[in-house]
Design a protein around this ligand. Structure first.
Ligand SMILES: [Zn+2]
Length: 276
């Protein structure tokens, strides 16, 4: 893969090392330095401080794909153009998704849907409609287990492969991006997406629309981080439909007022690559 493309190549700070590997090396170096330079109680204080700081970095790195701790996450495109990708997770939903598709069609907007393979399996006609209307359908695991981040490589591989196959069967196109449940990553996730030639999709801003907040607050969270190349994350599955539509309408109105164009994630990635 070309060194400038996003997603699979591990380089963040060094051609072959991830930030995670650098963190481990720095921690090990710190332990050796502390053992060499300190004695008695001070040694244990420094060791505790170092291990706590490393553990904190690791925990935050798992939770925030923007940190790029284990590998590249596509969280925003490098572009001066007013372009934004709207992404919707956890669908397709038999009620919410058709209503959302209607709304997007009235505005002539194409979006990216990170679908759960198991839900795709029972809703082929809906997925075909999504694809026919020009939306992008990407991989969000097969079962969307809350324990996905704890899965072994073999189990992760099975989850992603099943979802790839189901989405390809229903939509006619194999996903190119993977977004993990809750955005949690680890080295195993990157190993499996490397094997399957997928790229990890993060986000610039989340609506946090699973919380019982009004649509204005959900839209406000996204719009507060509006910038060229931003990736917005909402859900079409597992949320109340009227609130989803109201929040999406608010976002679309504000994007239009600010002169932004909504594009699919693959279009945003192309724009990113032309600017590197
Ligand atoms: Zn999800």
């Amino acid at each position: 893969m070309d060194a400038i493309t996003l997603g699979n190549e591990r380089n963040v700070l060094h051609p072959r090392l991830t930030r995670y590997q650098l963190l481990l090396a720095a921690t090990l170096g710190g332990v050796v330095a502390i053992a060499w330079l300190t004695h008695g109680a001070a040694r244990w204080w420094w060791l505790t401080l170092l291990c706590t700081a490393s553990g904190l970095c690791l925990g935050l790195g798992v939770s925030f794909p923007q940190w790029q701790l284990f590998g590249r996450s596509f969280c925003r495109a490098a572009t001066p153009k007013k372009m934004v990708a709207l992404t919707f997770d956890d669908g397709p939903d038999p009620q919410n998704t058709p209503a959302l598709l209607d709304l997007l069609a009235t505005r002539n907007i194409r979006a990216t849907f990170f679908c759960i393979g198991q839900r795709v399996a029972g809703q082929t006609a809906l997925v075909q409609r999504m694809a026919a209307e020009g939306h992008e359908i990407e991989n969000h695991t097969f079962r969307h287990s809350p324990a996905t981040n704890l899965f072994s490589v073999a189990r992760l591989r099975e989850e992603l492969r099943l979802a790839q196959a189901e989405i390809q069967r229903a939509s006619g196109r194999a996903p190119r991006f993977f977004r993990p449940p809750a955005g949690l990553t680890n080295p195993r996730v990157f190993r499996v997406i490397d094997e399957l030639a997928l790229k990890l999709a993060g986000y610039t801003a989340r609506g946090l629309d699973r919380r019982a907040d009004p649509p204005e607050k959900i839209a406000g969270r996204l719009l507060a981080k509006l910038q060229p190349g931003a990736i917005f994350l909402l859900h079409d599955g597992g949320v109340p439909g009227p609130r989803l539509l109201a929040a999406t309408r608010l976002v679309l109105d504000q994007l239009q007022a600010a002169g932004y164009r909504c594009v699919r994630l693959d279009e945003l990635e192309q724009e990113h690559e032309t600017n590197l």
